[in-house]
Ligand binder design. Structure first.
Ligand SMILES: Cc1ncc(COP(=O)(O)O)c(C=O)c1O
Length: 465
């Protein structure tokens, strides 16, 4: 008897841009321009200054200043090797494992950040805190911080590191993705943003914001417009801008601030470009530039920074985002939502977030967050989807805060990505997922038992972005 070959693998967990969204032509022409002029390629191919390639700092200050309606200031910006690399630099420069109490992560969290925190000595000190439809739950967060402070008493004087003249060590780090979050797709309201900054100032915390999806937003079911015409709900201020507008905090005489923005070109032109920026106060930007690996190797991504400077100052990047990236993501998101409404919501008990921001009709980023009720385990669904339907989806447990899984668990949730697969496969993947959920719902206990009998899942699945 002929065996049926399995259907094509569809990967709905991979948070990468589709190959069609990699800006190869733009980058090729920018590279040629950079490499054909010694006045540009000599500095671009040398070690870069610690805070980064100056023309990119200036181009970014101008662009972001227009986008967020803040005064352009290149001194607030330090060029990075992307959000992940820069998170590591922030921890190296601004935390001390003996002095810094804990890392507070909104849950569900961007799971790959957990290992970056662990590498800096915070294993076992990652704490999950919840969010509601509006964003972070400030009451729970404050109460948890207060309790921890009480339990631990005064900070010890002994630290592992000397912060020196240009840096300081914060007592707490709070990690969030305020806009179009990975994995929840949520955007934090203005009042929660303001509240979070105030809380950070009170407890000497640094809020690290991965603002990597801010420029990738669209109205749900509406006409795409250039950012200059976006409504205010699509251009909420970054936490670092709110912090700056509040003026210097009393406990911060050197003006490092209490919130920083990690920006990245990964989702705009392609992750391989490994270039981003951090924006905070001038003192913070200078301090992070004093990280040892930067002082030795010079600014990360110096050559790519020269290409990105060209693409921003010529307007080509904005044009590309407007004509290619945002329309493609808006279309893909709409197709995924249609498929979810066709194949998943009729199953009952499957809910999906329709808008990123409470009370608005906007969305953005790469991800959709589904919740399954009725005792259906997302882990069981995800394992069965891979085994029986050749579809990879992210079960909620992937996005629990490492070491604090018990506090907030998400076995009733699934993350789906619409950025990676083709439009056709996005729809087909959701259809197959619907078949799997239906089967699991018919007898959840049976599938749970079957999974238990099979043992642990291959951890490779947990490593997808
Ligand atoms: C919230 C968040 N932060 C950081 C990253 C990685 O950014 P980068 O490629 O700039 O290191 C991702 C990628 O998926 C992400 O979703």
């Amino acid at each position: 008897m002929a065996t049926q070959s399995p259907p094509k693998l569809i990967n709905l967990v991979r948070g990468w841009p589709a190959p069609s969204l990699l800006a190869s032509e733009l980058l090729s022409s920018a590279a040629q321009q950079v490499l054909s002029d010694p006045a540009v390629f000599v500095p671009a191919l040398q070690y870069g200054p610690d805070p980064g390639y100056q023309p990119l700092r200036e181009a970014l200050a101008d662009w972001l200043g227009r986008h967020y309606n803040v005064k352009p200031d290149p001194e607030r910006i330090c060029i990075s090797g992307g959000a992940s690399q820069n998170l590591a630099c922030i921890l190296q420069s601004f935390t001390d494992p003996a002095y810094t109490r804990a890392i507070w992560m909104v849950a569900p969290c961007y799971h790959l950040a957990c290992d970056i925190f662990k590498d800096s000595g915070f294993e076992g000190r990652l704490r999950a805190f919840p969010e509601d439809e509006e964003g972070v739950d400030l009451e729970v967060l404050e109460e948890s911080i207060r309790k921890l402070e009480e339990e631990q008493g005064k900070p010890q004087n002994k630290t592992y590191k000397d912060a020196g003249k240009y840096r300081k060590h914060y007592r707490h780090v709070i990690y969030v993705v305020p806009t179009c979050a990975n994995p929840s797709g949520k955007t934090m309201s203005l009042s929660r943003r303001t509240g979070l900054v105030k809380l950070a100032r009170k407890y000497d915390a640094l809020v690290v914001c991965d603002d990597v999806y801010d420029c990738l937003q669209w109205p749900v079911g509406g006409e795409l417009k250039p950012p200059s015409q976006w409504p205010p709900e699509m251009k909420l201020p970054r936490l670092c801008d709110i912090d700056l507008a509040m003026g210097a905090a009393e406990n911060d005489p050197r003006g490092f601030g209490h919130a920083v923005s990690n920006g990245s070109f990964s989702k705009m032109v392609g992750p391989g470009i490994r270039t981003g920026w951090v924006e905070g106060s001038p003192a913070f930007a200078y301090g992070v530039a004093q990280t040892g690996s930067t002082k030795s190797g010079g600014s990360p991504s110096q050559f790519c920074a020269a290409m990105m400077a060209r693409l921003i100052s010529s307007g080509e990047l904005e044009d590309y985002l407007e004509k290619t990236v945002r329309p493609a993501l808006q279309r893909r998101h709409a197709l995924m939502m249609d498929a979810i409404h066709r194949y998943l919501t009729p199953l009952g008990d499957v809910k999906v977030r329709e808008s990123g921001l409470l009370g608005a009709r906007t969305y953005g980023g790469y991800f959709v967050w589904l919740t399954l009720a009725g005792g259906v385990s997302a882990r069981v669904v995800a394992d069965k989807a891979l085994r029986d339907a050749n579809v990879i989806v992210g079960s909620g447990d992937m996005f629990q805060v490492h070491g604090d899984e018990e506090r907030l668990s998400f076995d009733g949730a699934i993350r789906l990505t619409f950025s990676w697969e083709s439009e056709e496969d996005i729809v087909e993947g959701v259809r197959r997922l619907g078949d799997v959920i239906r089967k699991v719902k018919e007898d959840p206990a049976q599938w749970q038992q079957e999974q238990l009998a099979r043992g642990e899942r291959d951890d490779g699945l947990m490593n997808f972005k």
